[in-house]
Write a protein that binds this ligand. Structure first.
Ligand SMILES: Cc1cc2nc3c(=O)[nH]c(=O)nc-3n(C[C@H](O)[C@H](O)[C@H](O)COP(=O)(O)OP(=O)(O)OC[C@H]3O[C@@H](n4cnc5c(N)ncnc54)[C@H](O)[C@@H]3O)c2cc1C
Length: 387
């Protein structure tokens, strides 16, 4: 349904604001339960943005085998192997089989055990978070809760991981979390390591954006929400030309968008990033490498990733990085700025029920496609009384 076709106040039970993965998950669940709702969104997919050909991801890029909820919609992408990944300053693929690293094998095994335990706990938390809030689920696991309170720096020091962190995990964290590990807690640090211990795949967004709204496309209105206010027991939501009323509102959009019309909690680490698509002749340091990770102190670029189309995707902390460092010649195909690219877990998690009838979805507590999806299902379950 296009905005221009809506010309009267529309009443419904639930308004979902935002059509990214969290809003779509909420819509899908409400649809399956036969609920009355409408989705107001500027566009479908949000941070699941792709190029026109759908072959290149401009937002979220990878999923792991533990993304159980979205795997049916987003699976089937190319497997990402560590033997195709390089650090910028090395000509050998990333490997733990190095003489210096083998001296640390005891610490590596200990870290693996901690990460495997974290993985198990995170899976339990995710199952619970479909029905109780992420915050409540965290309260039920004191180990995970402890990780949200412990700075990653302390975790690295306690486990004697300085060398392994400097050599492997800190550049990996910087490449996909877009900030340095020492600004984060242990939860975010271990969550980032899941890409190493789980099978990891390129996310297939076009299938997901097609399948999730299937059967309820007519409930989607493309428009920008400008204002929202409580009216007794209901809520009034305004776009440029229309007014909607509902008993429930699901805010399925990031902080910087939602705060323009509702007092949403501010995440501790909301990280921006530029995504560039470039076609070019790589210079020697990057030639022949499928995925290249960069050390945070030395580069504006965090990752350079060859795509099936022959182009490269680069994540950059600045708008106009010096690409001459990586290419002998190049042509910029596109540049996208994400004011909130990822949100890394902070020390205090937020309630998802903000007030009676208002639910916070999206990645305010845990970042990533799977967890955002879960927040949307949780909101729908609350609205339907499925606990
Ligand atoms: C560059 C990048 C790389 C990432 N890499 C990964 C990764 O590899 N793996 C992973 O799991 N996650 C990754 N993420 C994070 C992941 O994309 C997000 O956690 C997830 O997509 C959040 O989904 P969402 O639905 O909550 O929000 P969004 O996808 O941001 O959706 C918000 C929606 O709200 C709409 N909207 C905004 N303002 C308004 C308004 N005023 N009125 C109406 N509609 C509005 C937007 O149009 C959009 O459709 C990455 C993100 C980025 C940007």
């Amino acid at each position: 349904m296009k905005t221009t076709e809506i010309n009267k106040i529309r009443e419904t039970r639930t308004i979902i604001i935002g059509g990214g993965v969290s809003g779509l998950a909420c819509g899908r669940t409400l649809h399956e339960r036969g609920q009355d709702f409408i989705m107001l969104t500027e566009e479908i997919g949000g941070r699941m943005l792709t190029s026109r050909s759908h072959q290149v991801n401009y937002g979220a890029s990878y999923i792991t085998e533990d993304y159980e909820n979205i795997m049916p919609y987003m699976g089937g992408g190319k497997r990402i192997w560590t033997h195709n990944c390089y650090f910028h300053d090395s000509n050998r693929p990333i490997s733990f089989y190095r003489p210096r690293t083998l001296l640390e094998v005891g610490k590596l095994i200990r870290l693996y055990r901690i990460a495997a335990d974290f993985r198990k706990r995170l899976r339990v938390l995710r199952h619970k978070a479909l029905y109780i809030s992420q915050k409540e689920a965290l309260e039920e696991d004191l180990v995970l809760k402890g990780y949200t309170r412990k700075p990653a720096v302390e975790f690295v020091r306690e486990n004697g991981l300085e060398y392994l962190n400097r050599t492997y995990f800190s550049p990996l964290f910087n490449s996909t979390g877009f900030i340095e590990y020492d600004r984060c807690n242990t939860f975010a640090y271990l969550d980032n390591l899941m890409a190493l211990i789980c099978k990891t795949y390129v996310a297939n967004h076009s299938h997901c954006c097609h399948m999730l709204p299937k059967g309820w496309e007519n409930r989607i209105a493309r428009c920008r929400v400008k204002a929202m206010r409580r009216e007794g027991d209901t809520f009034e939501v305004r776009t440029e030309r229309d007014v909607f009323r509902a008993d429930n509102v699901v805010l399925a959009l990031p902080y910087y968008s939602a705060k323009t019309f509702y007092d949403v909690p501010k995440p501790e680490h909301s990280v921006p990033i530029y995504v560039l698509e470039v076609r070019g002749e790589r210079n020697k340091c990057c030639r022949g490498k499928e995925v290249v990770f960069f050390q945070p102190e030395e580069h504006e670029i965090t990752i350079l990733w060859q795509q099936v189309t022959g182009t490269d995707i680069l994540f950059s902390k600045t708008k106009e990085p010096d690409l001459g460092k990586y290419y002998t010649s190049y042509h910029m195909i596109s540049r996208i700025y994400w004011p909130t690219a990822v949100v890394l877990s902070g020390g205090e998690w937020f309630e998802q029920k903000l007030e009676k009838g208002v639910y916070l979805a999206s990645d305010y507590n845990i970042c990533g496609l799977e967890d955002a999806y879960i927040t949307g299902v949780y909101a729908a379950n609350q609205i339907c009384g499925v606990f």
